[in-house]
Design a binder for this molecule. Sequence first.
Ligand code: ASP
Length: 328
Amino acid sequence: MKKILLIATGGTIASEETGEGLAPEISAAGLLDRVPGLGRGFQVETAELLRLDSTNITPEHWLLIARCIVERYDAFDGFVITHGTDTLAYTAAALSYLVKGSPKPIVLTGAQRPIDVDSTDSKENLRDAFACAASDMPGVSIVFDHKIILGTRAKKTRSKSFSAFESINYPDLGVIRDGAVLRFIRQECGDRPEFSGALNTRVALLKLIPGVRRDVLDYLFEKNDAVVIESFGVGGLPEAGGFFESVREWQGRGRLAVLTTQVENEGSDLAVYHVGHRLKSDLGVLEAYDMTTEAVVAKLMWILGKTKNAPEVEQLFYTPVAMDMFPR
Ligand code: ASP
């Protein structure tokens, strides 16, 4: 019988009405009790880790979740983590780096409606997540609305519908039909996961808008080790207003600039337009290509937790982890 650890962190799935909005109140054991037959066929243990709306989740919590898995890794066959949907994609990406190459399933799930509401999606998502955690699907994934999505490729694309998540620039790993896992893709893994216990949280994200001012970028560079710039289309920076100078100056002071795009699908390609070309050829900024912003942010925190040496950072950034980017 497969041994599954259910790790509860909060989210809508565990929420109740407080009179001032929904807040997570239900324990892992409470979730199990509410889904008849969920534990049948498995040996389930629970870990009451957090009770947070995922808006309140920080990188410290990612480390806590990773540590919870690490400490119990040998004792279980699979892990189910219940989590709020709002920042679920960030946590899934972070765990993909912190517990890299796991041969065992690490499955994140949540819900758009609380478990005690009649129209809830919580019960189906929990059943599916357990089926996936008991399968031979390795690595970190999100199970939601019957889909299995690679942890490094997930994005919340709907704020209310049950189909809240999509896999960006990569196919779904599989689906779950009537409790059976139908696997389309098997992600690569090692014999043992490689655990990391450090993150550098001095990473910021700037979403460009027309008319953005250079001082916003300067401020973020001043306060952080890396700034991810979500630019427009395939990527670039406004040619007026001192943006190129800002990047040059701060890179000279050891800061890292990473260009990505606000466009969800197909990724960046800085070489295409004059507004982007020079960023790579002269300034040597990194670009995200087909990675999600969630994965870029988590990967940078993970890399900068290991090294600040620029060539090493670049090499690690462009090395695919859990298929977070296509190899180039
Ligand atoms: N605000 C909730 C959270 O992210 C939303 C959800 O779980 O669906 O914790």
